[in-house]
Design a protein around this ligand. Structure first.
Ligand SMILES: *[C@@H]1O[C@H](CO)[C@@H](O)[C@H](O)[C@H]1NC(C)=O
Ligand SMILES: *[C@@H]1O[C@H](CO)[C@@H](O)[C@H](O)[C@H]1NC(C)=O
Length: 348
């Protein structure tokens, strides 16, 4: 059951990945969303991937081989059993088969060539003030095709192509589909979403502080790439910046930050790089802010060897003084205590 949830999470994640910098708690609004991808290889073969998420935690996942829908978490299982969703899931195979038949029918009527990819993205967001926002979008070939207008029970084309017109008319004519969607968005999800949020609180509102390391890569004859790798944090919003002599390095081509990527354990990672001239005599540090750290932040300095040599000399002089003044015992103890650490990280 679990591997599918995980695999689909990693696979589908990029479809909704957006760069974020602020640090909102996920509990502020309750967001349920569903992703489904249909790959039509040819007239007789279809592959499917699908999953539903609460926030960014997988709740339901479609088994790509059997097309059974698996429930990913024990608390989601309990929440599902409490609502009408359980009944809907028991009919899911019929729905999936109808959907696939419909997709092939549209492809044939519009005279499209295989292979084809259709995507469905639906969502329901319940705000703290009690209002909600719902949407259902269908895409084809990676671009929007039609979108559902909930209040008016009709599908609106998102491009002016024969396929978009055809799908919008055909779906709008299927009154059973509109009736089903209205029931889902006005009755089922307003109940299911708060139950999921309540039962899944420990997963959905968890905070895992980031771990960060700084290392280097050679970038040119006199240049070095400082890499700050930040991982194992949750929730997703995070801010990573570089400090030069304690001052934030402004955005420039020398600074590059990756998008936030998922880890297999439902935490996230990213890396930020800074191109430096190591002989410039400056000190550098990676600065990480995340809501799990509260008002504090993580500071990982990079030991610039051209600066450290001076520090090294100072330490040697101090040690000599220590030896001379009979501080050998103290030094050995200090050395022993510090030997387990290979990288310094500070909470500031
Ligand atoms: C359809 O595609 C599948 C998977 O790519 C392939 O195994 C099968 O032979 C194809 N069938 C036809 C009729 O082309
Ligand atoms: C409720 O909250 C949402 C999101 O913060 C906002 O967009 C909407 O306007 C609010 N509605 C009312 C009636 O306050």
């Amino acid at each position: 059951m679990w591997p599918h949830c995980l695999f689909l999470f990693l696979l589908l994640h990029e479809t909704w990945a957006e760069p974020e910098t602020s640090c909102h708690l996920p509990a502020e609004s309750q967001f349920f969303q569903l992703f489904c991808t249909l790959l039509l290889d040819n007239v007789s073969s279809t592959e499917m991937a699908g999953m539903a998420l609460m926030g960014d935690v997988p709740i339901l996942a479609l088994d790509p081989h059997t097309w059974n829908i698996n429930i990913c978490r024990p608390w989601a299982q309990e929440a599902t059993a409490e609502t009408e969703i359980a009944k809907i899931l028991s009919f899911s195979m019929v729905g999936i088969r109808n959907m696939i038949r419909f997709a092939h029918e549209m492809a044939a009527k519009a005279g499209l060539d295989y292979p084809l990819v259709f995507q469905i993205h639906a969502g329901y967001e319940l705000y703290p003030n009690g209002t909600s926002w719902s949407f259902v979008n269908i895409g084809e070939g990676g671009r929007d095709l039609v979108t559902y207008e909930l209040g008016r029970e009709r599908w609106v084309p998102q491009r002016s192509t024969p396929l978009a017109e055809l799908v919008s008319h055909s779906l709008t004519d299927l009154r059973a589909v509109s009736g089903f969607l209205d029931h889902i968005f006005s009755v089922i999800l307003p109940t299911y979403t708060p139950i999921l949020q309540k039962r899944g609180r420990t997963d959905l509102e968890r905070q895992v502080p980031p771990m960060a390391v700084v290392f280097t890569r050679t970038a040119g004859p006199a240049q070095l790439l400082l890499v700050c790798r930040v991982t194992s944090f949750y929730p997703r919003p995070i801010t990573v910046t570089w400090l030069r002599d304690g001052q934030e390095v402004p955005p420039s081509p020398a600074v590059s930050t990756s998008s936030v990527l998922p880890n297999a354990d439902l935490t996230y990672q990213l890396r930020s790089t800074l191109l430096v001239f190591p002989r410039d005599g400056h000190s550098y540090a990676c600065h990480v802010r995340h809501c799990s750290l509260g008002d504090r932040s993580l500071l990982v300095p990079w030991e610039n060897p051209s600066v450290s040599s001076t520090v090294g000399i100072t330490i040697t002089v101090l040690l000599l003084t220590a030896v001379i003044t009979g501080g050998v015992w103290w030094w050995r103890r200090r050395k022993h205590a510090g030997s387990g650490r290979n990288s310094r990280t500070f909470l500031i």
